[in-house]
Design a protein. Structure first.
Length: 364
C-alpha cells in the first residue's frame, strides 16, 4: 500500500477548530457500578512490564528501551486522563503489582496480556480486552527479555487484527522509520515496528501513524563519553556537523491526546514529530555545560566503522541508527510538533531538567 505523506505545520491549522466527531462508544461500566457513563474506551498497549522506572545508572541499551516504550505509553495514559470523555484501559505484558497499583490510582483500568517468546496469544483474552473499545494506542516493544523482532511483529499483528475484527474506530500507532527499506541495513529495533505499520495499513483500519525521531533519553544512555586523559570524548561514525531530529518521548502523550480528540482531522495521516534538529557537535556542547571542572576538553571523534567496533563499549546498532537519522531520515519541521503541543522540550531544556541523572551517567 502506498504510504501516506507526512503532515506539515500548515496541515495542522484545522486542529485548532472544534471536532465535529459525534460517534459514541458502547456504554461502559467503570469500577463503581453506580456511575454509568458514555465514555470512549481507549486501549493503551506498551505500559511498563517488570520495570517501572528508568535504570539510568546501567548502560544496557535493552534496559533503556524498556523504559522508552513505557515512557511513551505512560505519557499517553496521563494525557488522555486529562479529558473526561475517555476511559483508559491499560494493557500490561506482565503482572506487575507496582505498575498496576500506580496506574489504577490514577484512574486507569488495567489488564494483563501475558506474552512470552513463543506460543499462541489468547484470542479469548484479546476479545475481553477489546470489549467496547473505541480507540487504541500501540507502541510495540522489542526489548522485553523474551521479545525478538519476529515476536514483536507477531504481537503487533495480532493487535492489528483485533482492531479490524472489533471495528475499533481510531488506531494511533507509534512508529519510527523503517531503516532496512531505506538503506538496506538491518536494524531490528526499528524494522519490526515498520513491519507492523505495513500490516496495519493492509487491514485498512482507521489509522494515524506517528514517526518518532531519536529519543533524548536514548541518546543520553547510549551516546556516552569515555575519559581520555583529562578529556571527555564521544566516539561515533558520522560527521560532527550533521544534524538529526530528537525529542523527549515523554511529550508524545499530549500529541496523542489531541489526535484522539480530533479524529476527523487526523485519521489517515502520518505525522513526523521532532522537537528540534541538532548536530553531533551541538549535542556534545550542550552536555559539556554540565561539567564541574574546566580542566580538559569535551569533544567528538569520528571513527571508521571497523575501528569503532573494536571497542566493545561501542554500540553497532546505535551507529546504524545515528547514521540513518543524520543522512537518510526525512527532515521534519519542529513547528509541526509545536502546533500539536506547544510546550515540547528542546534538548537544552531536557538536559537542564535531568542534569542530576545525566551527571551520574557521565560521572562529570
Amino acid at each position: 500500500m502506498e504510504e501516506e505523506e507526512e503532515m506539515s505545520g500548515g496541515d495542522l491549522s484545522e486542529a485548532d477548530e472544534t471536532s465535529d466527531d459525534t460517534e459514541k462508544s458502547a456504554t461502559y461500566i467503570h469500577r463503581d457500578p453506580d456511575k454509568r457513563n458514555m465514555k470512549k474506551t481507549v486501549l493503551v498497549y506498551g505500559l511498563p512490564g517488570p520495570q517501572v522506572t528508568p535504570v539510568w545508572h546501567q548502560s544496557s541499551t535493552a534496559q533503556h528501551i524498556v523504559m522508552a516504550h513505557a515512557l511513551i505509553a505512560t505519557s499517553v495514559c496521563d494525557a488522555l486522563l486529562g479529558n473526561p470523555q475517555f476511559h483508559i484501559r491499560g494493557i500490561l505484558q506482565r503482572d506487575n503489582a507496582e505498575a498496576i497499583a500506580n496506574l489504577q490510582e490514577k484512574g486507569v483500568e488495567t489488564v494483563v496480556l501475558k506474552v512470552g517468546d513463543k506460543g499462541p496469544i489468547s484470542v479469548t483474552k484479546l476479545k475481553n480486552i477489546f470489549t467496547d473499545a473505541y480507540g487504541m494506542f500501540i507502541v510495540s516493544n522489542d526489548a522485553e527479555p523474551y521479545h525478538v523482532m519476529r515476536r514483536e511483529i507477531e504481537i503487533g499483528c495480532r493487535l492489528a487484527e483485533m482492531c479490524e475484527r472489533t471495528l475499533v474506530k481510531h488506531v494511533v500507532y507509534s512508529n519510527v522509520d523503517y531503516i532496512y527499506r531505506v538503506t538496506g541495513q538491518r536494524c531490528s529495533r526499528y524494522d519490526g515496528k515498520g513491519e507492523i505499520e505495513y500490516y496495519l495499513r493492509s487491514l485498512n483500519v482507521p489509522l494515524t501513524t506517528l514517526r518518532l525521531p531519536l529519543s533524548f533519553s536514548y541518546l543520553i544512555s547510549t551516546f556516552t563519553p569515555v575519559k581520555e586523559s583529562n578529556d571527555t570524548v564521544f566516539y561515533g561514525t558520522v560527521d560532527s556537523e550533521l544534524k538529526f531530529d530528537g525529542m523527549n518521548y515523554g511529550d508524545v502523550g499530549q500529541v496523542v491526546k489531541l489526535i484522539f480528540e480530533r479524529p476527523n482531522i487526523f485519521i489517515g495521516k502520518t505525522i513526523g514529530l521532532t522537537a528540534e534538529r541538532i548536530s553531533v557537535d551541538e549535542y556534545v556542547k550542550t552536555l559539556s555545560s554540565l561539567r564541574s571542572t574546566t580542566v580538559g576538553e569535551w569533544r567528538y571523534e569520528k571513527l571508521p566503522m571497523k575501528e569503532y567496533q573494536k571497542d566493545k563499549r561501542n554500540n553497532r546498532e546505535f551507529a546504524t541508527i545515528l547514521d540513518f537519522h543524520t543522512s537518510y531520515a526525512p527532515i521534519r519541521d519542529p513547528e509541526t510538533t509545536r502546533a500539536l503541543y506547544p510546550n515540547v522540550q528542546t534538548f537544552s531544556d531536557y538536559v537542564k531538567s535531568n542534569s542530576t541523572i545525566i551527571n551520574k551517567i557521565f560521572k562529570v
